[in-house]
Each structure stands twice: as structure tokens, then as C-alpha cells.
Design a protein around this ligand. Structure first.
Ligand SMILES: [Zn+2]
Length: 136
């Protein structure tokens, strides 16, 4: 009985997109918005339903190319968010050893030793020199 049902479902899912990281993120968003709705305002339920409807639509969609493209964009954004939090973690971890400054030209994060005062720094990524102040 169960096996027959699974076969039927598998046949139905043939050619459909299924789950991917964006699907799981939307489900997580649904849970978060549902909790927000119970804590703050019932309007969050609209966002929760929108997230879950989009997740279900994507799951059963047959336009696999478009769904992959959406997932690729999502993963690019997600990677930027992860990198930003890794940068904050490193910055906090190294707070007693060094200071982080952004390059004026290419915005690369530079890890500098703590030497108070004004220093000339050469960015290892773009090779340009500029002055930085380290106060504390
Ligand atoms: Zn640079």
C-alpha cells in the first residue's frame, strides 16, 4: 500500500523541481514569520503564507531552469551574508591582536597590527597605498 503510494508520488514528481536550499530557506522563513505573527502582529502571517506558497510552487514547478537560476541567485546572496558574519566573527576574535580596516579603493578588509597613530598601508589586493589611523 505505502510502496504503491510512493511509486505514484515518484511518478508525479518526475520532471518536477523538488527541494533545494532556497526551498528550505523559505520553509525556515515561514516558521520565523509564524513566530513573529504570534509575538508581534498577525500581518506577519501574510508574509509566512507568501513564503510557503512560493516554496510549494517552486517544489512542484516543471520549469527547472528558472528554479535553478533562482536558487543560484539565492546562494550568491546567502554566501555574501555568510562571509559578512565570518568577517565579524574574525574581527571580534582578533580584537586584541589587530585592527580591521577597509581599503579605500577596492573595499578589501585589511588586517593590521595594533600600532597607534597614522600609517601608510599598501593593499595586497589592488596594490594602492593610502593612510589609515589606528586610535586604540
Ligand atoms: Zn585595495
Amino acid at each position: 500500500m505505502f510502496r504503491k503510494l510512493m511509486d505514484r508520488f515518484n511518478r508525479f514528481m518526475y520532471g518536477r523541481y523538488g527541494a533545494d536550499p532556497l526551498f528550505y530557506a523559505l520553509i525556515l522563513l515561514y516558521v520565523v514569520f509564524t513566530v513573529f505573527a504570534s509575538l508581534f502582529s498577525p500581518l506577519f502571517l501574510l508574509l509566512a503564507y507568501a513564503a510557503v506558497i512560493w516554496a510549494i510552487y517552486r517544489y512542484f514547478s516543471t520549469d527547472i531552469y528558472k528554479r535553478r537560476e533562482e536558487n543560484r541567485k539565492f546562494l550568491g546572496i546567502w554566501q555574501k551574508i555568510k562571509n559578512y558574519f565570518a568577517y565579524l566573527r574574525d574581527r571580534f576574535r582578533d580584537r586584541k591582536v589587530c585592527r580591521y580596516r577597509k581599503c579605500k579603493y577596492c573595499h578589501a578588509a585589511l588586517r593590521l597590527p595594533i600600532k597607534k597613530g597614522k600609517h601608510s598601508v599598501k593593499c595586497p589586493r589592488c596594490g594602492k597605498s593610502f593612510d589609515v589611523h589606528i586610535w586604540i
